[in-house]
Design a protein around this ligand. Structure first.
Ligand SMILES: Cc1cc2nc3c(=O)[nH]c(=O)nc-3n(C[C@H](O)[C@H](O)[C@H](O)COP(=O)(O)OP(=O)(O)OC[C@H]3O[C@@H](n4cnc5c(N)ncnc54)[C@H](O)[C@@H]3O)c2cc1C
Length: 452
């Protein structure tokens, strides 16, 4: 017989918590959210399917605004960043590599780039796994449960808890569950059912090849471009290059628009085997220096299918006492490098509204039920976050097309910069303080209106 366990009943101030939150997924968002909740004495446990936090993905850029959100969640988070991160560029720089005749190695120092856009100072670059490992170190013992893969859950009626079941056969109950389980979220899938297309991410008609090339070879081909983040654009394909591991390697991510009507071969495998010949074919119309760079790649390659949630967006991020956040709610293509940042903004709103719910329940436990207080908190989260985060998904898709000269109305550098600038300023110039204020106001309105 399976017994259902309940998670810790005391917070660090040794008080009985008014509710306990379970987070599914110990990625960047689950970890930031847990630290933010603990910082306000909200009882929380993270369930992560992996047996250890290991290397997934490569570099992550964290803008100054997102570092401020992290500081709000828990001041120790941005404090540890300088230990594991390096300061990234303060400007985005593009080179049009679609000319097969120009030798951009002959460009003068001030003319290396065709388009430039400042994006603000204080941008940190770090490795995703290192960031997660440092976040884990900030958690109290017992808060992160590894090797726990969520399989299902049930939301009971009034005053019943959410009962989660894991693939190891165990069951655990919590007052509310937040799915931070990434783009292929099991929580989203369970909420909507397999038949609903929004329960899964969909192929964004683009794939990528990722490699490391030794810096000695890369710099002999690309010259000074190899020492800075460079965005190479062309017809139907684009490339991002930047130095990695103390300039030992050049990190190369080559993106190719996919016009194949059959779509991605296998939804369950986001990576398939590929070859250097395939890459050379895809970049046949690119500048000869780029083709020389790709000649350095090993013959065996992987092709990574890019999925997002644009075609079938979620209609809500809140389902009673269950919510989804981060990539689970709004997985996007990587062209803005802001997926994690968007999830950290989510975490700050969730922390804000759950803190309000806690205050209300502690002040007058008879005024409302836990279930109502928590589901209203999630309704506010949905109303504050859905529009902006789904805008990111759409804007990132557009950026992916733009860097492949694939947006029909944009044909020249001036229009490219203007179009990108508008969207970049919406991303990096976001007023997160106003977001927090609006979250509080929205939650208060919801509770006032319905409490009467
Ligand atoms: C190439 C690339 C570059 C990027 N660059 C940037 C960047 O510069 N800046 C930026 O902000 N973002 C960037 N992103 C996006 C960023 O990586 C993601 O948005 C972010 O990692 C999402 O975090 P998450 O916690 O929501 O999901 P994930 O990081 O996917 O974490 C989900 C976690 O849930 C766990 N999980 C899944 N299913 C279950 C289950 N059933 N039970 C228990 N646990 C489960 C997983 O094991 C995983 O640990 C980039 C993405 C890519 C692909």
């Amino acid at each position: 017989m399976t017994t259902t366990t309940t998670d810790p009943t005391k917070t660090k101030d040794n008080m009985d918590p008014p509710f306990h939150i379970s987070i599914i997924g110990g990625g960047i968002i689950g970890l930031n959210l847990a630290l933010g909740l603990l910082n306000r004495n909200i009882s929380v446990t993270i369930y992560e399917q992996a047996h250890e936090i290991k290397e997934i993905g490569a570099g992550i850029g964290i803008s100054f605004g997102i570092q401020e959100c992290m500081r709000e969640l828990d001041p120790r988070i941005p404090e540890m960043l300088p230990r594991i991160a390096v300061l990234g560029p303060d400007t985005l720089q593009w080179v049009d590599a679609s000319s097969t005749t120009e030798d951009f190695g002959l460009r003068g120092e001030g003319k290396l780039f065709d388009m430039r856009l400042p994006m603000g100072e204080g941008f940190y670059l770090c490795h995703r796994a290192e960031l997660c490992n440092e976040l884990v170190k900030l958690l109290p013992e017992g808060c992160l449960r590894l090797g726990k893969r969520l399989d299902g859950f049930e939301q009971g009626s009034e005053n019943a808890k959410v009962v989660m079941s894991f693939t190891d056969g165990t069951k655990v109950e919590a007052d509310a569950v937040i799915g931070c389980d990434g783009i292929k979220s099991r929580v989203r899938n369970l909420l909507l059912g397999d038949e609903n297309p929004a329960s899964k991410p969909h192929y964004a008609k683009e794939s990528a090849y990722r490699s490391l090339i030794s810096m000695s070879k890369a710099s002999s081909i690309l010259g000074s471009y190899s020492s800075v983040l460079t965005l190479w654009i062309g017809h139907g394909a684009s490339i991002v290059t930047f130095p990695l591991s103390n300039n030992k390697y050049l990190n190369v991510a080559a993106f190719v628009q996919d016009n194949n009507k059959d779509g991605w071969p296998d939804y369950h495998k986001h990576t398939v085997q590929a070859s250097k010949a395939e890459i050379m074919h895809a970049f046949a119309d690119f500048n000869p220096r780029i083709r020389r760079l790709f000649e350095e790649l090993p013959d065996e390659q992987n092709r990574w299918g890019i999925f997002d949630t644009l075609d079938y967006p979620l209609e809500s991020y809140a389902y009673g006492c269950v919510a989804v956040a981060g990539d689970a709610a709004h997985g996007s293509t990587p062209h803005h490098g802001m997926g994690a940042g968007m999830g950290i903004e989510d975490a700050l709103v969730l922390r804000t509204v759950l803190e309000r719910a806690k205050q209300k329940l502690s002040a007058d436990p008879a005024a409302t039920s836990k279930k109502i207080a928590l589901s209203r908190a999630f309704e506010t989260f949905d109303s504050i976050r859905r529009e902006r985060s789904q805008w990111l998904v759409a804007s990132s898709r557009r950026q992916g097309q733009l860097v492949k000269w694939g947006v029909p109305e944009i044909r020249n550098k001036e229009d490219f910069v203007r179009d990108t600038q508008e969207r970049i300023s919406k991303l990096y110039g976001y007023d997160w303080r106003l977001m927090v204020k609006q979250s509080i106001e929205d939650y208060e309105k919801r509770t006032e209106r319905k409490d009467r």
